[in-house]
Design a protein around this ligand. Structure first.
Ligand code: NAD
Length: 339
C-alpha cells in the first residue's frame, strides 16, 4: 500500500516532512496546504506537490496572486489517508479532519491533551499502531527522549535535571527575538519536563529553559542520577547502539553548535539538516559512579522529521515493527553515518 499523505502548514516543519515523505516508497505526498501565496507556495508547486488553500477565501487570494491551487484543505483531507498538521499551535483543524474521516498527526506546539497520545519511534511506536490521532512532541522533548529513554532502559533513571539553552527563532524568521538578551523561562518547571512525561510517564524529570540570541540549534545540559552505576564509556556504548544519536567531539574541533551545523552542511543532506541529536563524546562525565553529566545539541528544524515519517507508518500500520520503520526512514534520509 502507498499511503496518501497531506501536509497542512508548509513552513519550517511542513516543508521538511513533505520532502521526507516524498523520499519513502510506501507513502506519497497527496498535497500541501498553505495560507499565503508566497515563495514557499511557488516552490512547492515547482517540486510537484499539489498546492491547496485552507478555504475558498484564501484560494481566491492565491488565484489573484497567479498561484494555482488544486482545491481546498477539505478536498485534500478527503482525498488523503492521513494529514500531517504542521500549522502553528491551536490552528484548530481537528474537527475538519474528523469530518473528513482522515487520520492526523500534530506537532509539538499542540498540547498532549489534543490527542492524548504522543509519539516517539524508539519509545512507543507499538503503542501508536493504528491510532487515529497522535502528536509528535517538540524538538526539545524529542531530543531529551532520544538520549534519556535508552539510559532508563539500560541503567534505570532516578531523576533528571535538564537545563535547556534555547534558540530565539528559526533561521528563516526575522520577526522574533531576543537579538541581544538572555531570557529565562520563569515558569517552573518549563513545559519540556511534563512534555517528556507525555511519552515516558514514569520518568522523574525537571527542566529549566533559557532563550538566547541564536537561530541554529538548542543546547541541553543534562544531569542524570542513575539507578545502576555506569562509566562514561558504558553510557557512550549504549548511545552508540541506538538510532538518531550522533557523537561529536571537542577534540575534533567541534567546540560549539556552529561547528555542528558546519558538519551538517558538509554532510550535504537536504537543507543541511541534522536529524540526529548531537552528543559531545568528550562532554560525558560520571561522578561517584551514578551521577551522569552530558551536553547535547538539537537541530530544532529537523530532529522531529524522521519521527513524523515513523508516526505515519505506525498510524497507517505500514510497518508493525518500530525498529524496522526507523531503519527504513533513516536509510532514506541518510541518518546514521555520524557515530
Ligand atoms: P512555521 O511558522 O514555520 O510554519 C507554519 C506554516 O503553517 C506556514 O506555512 C504558515 O503559512 C502556515 N499556517 C499558518 N496558519 C495557518 C492556518 N491557520 N492554516 C493553515 N496553515 C497555516 O511553523 P513551524 O516552525 O513549522 O511550526 C509548526 C509546528 O511544528 C508547531 O506546532 C511548532 O511548535 C512545531 N515545531 C516547530 C519546530 C521549529 O523549530 N520550528 C520544531 C519542532 C516542532
Amino acid at each position: 500500500m502507498t499511503a496518501k499523505i497531506a501536509i497542512n502548514g508548509y513552513g519550517t516543519i511542513g516543508k521538511r516532512v513533505a520532502d521526507a515523505v516524498a523520499a519513502q516508497d510506501d507513502m506519497r505526498v497527496a498535497g500541501v496546504a498553505k495560507t499565503k501565496p508566497d515563495f514557499e507556495a511557488k516552490l512547492a508547486i515547482r517540486k510537484g506537490y499539489p498546492l491547496y488553500a485552507p478555504n475558498a477565501d484564501v484560494a481566491s487570494k492565491f488565484e489573484k496572486a497567479g498561484v494555482k491551487t488544486a482545491g481546498t484543505l477539505e478536498d485534500l483531507a478527503k482525498a488523503a489517508d492521513l494529514v500531517v498538521d504542521c500549522t502553528p499551535e491551536e490552528s484548530g483543524y481537528k474537527s475538519l479532519y474528523e469530518k473528513a474521516g482522515v487520520k492526523a498527526i500534530w506537532q509539538g506546539g499542540e498540547d498532549h491533551g489534543l490527542t492524548n497520545l504522543s509519539f516517539n519511534a524508539a519509545a512507543n511506536y507499538e503503542e501508536c499502531l493504528g491510532a487515529r490521532f497522535v502528536r509528535v512532541p517538540s524538538c526539545n522533548t524529542t531530543g531529551l527522549i532520544r538520549t534519556l529513554y535508552p539510559l532508563d532502559a539500560h541503567f534505570g533513571v532516578v531523576s533528571v535535571l535538564a537545563v535547556m539553552v534555547r534558540r530565539a527563532t528559526d533561521p528563516g524568521d526575522s520577526k522574533k527575538g531576543p537579538i541581544n538578551a538572555i531570557e529565562p523561562e520563569l515558569e517552573m518547571p518549563s513545559h519540556h519536563g511534563p512534555d517528556v512525561q507525555s511519552v515516558l510517564p514514569k520518568l522523574n524529570i525537571h527542566t529549566i529553559a533559557v532563550k538566547v540570541p541564536t537561530t541554529i540549534m538548542h543546547l541541553h545540559t543534562v544531569i542524570v542520577d542513575l539507578k545502576k552505576a555506569a562509566s562514561a564509556e558504558a553510557v557512550l556504548d549504549v548511545w552508540k547502539r541506538v538510532p538518531r544519536v550522533a557523537f561529536v567531539s571537542g577534540g575534533d574541533g567541534v567546540r560549539s553548535t556552529a561547528q555542528i551545523m558546519e558538519m551538517a552542511r558538509d554532510l550535504s543532506r537536504n537543507r543541511a539538516d541534522l536529524y540526529e541529536i548531537a552528543v559531545w563524546r568528550d562532554g560525558v562525565h560520571v561522578v561517584d559512579g551514578k551521577r551522569l553529566f552530558y551536553f547535547q545539541a538539537v537541530h530544532q528544524e529537523s530532529d522531529v522529521v524522521p519521527e513524523n515519517v515513523d508516526a505515519i507508518r505506525a498510524l497507517m500500520e505500514l510497518q508493525k515493527d518500530g525498529r524496522k520503520s526507523m531503519e527504513k526512514t533513516d536509510q532514506s534520509l541518510g541518518i546514521g553515518i555520524v557515530k
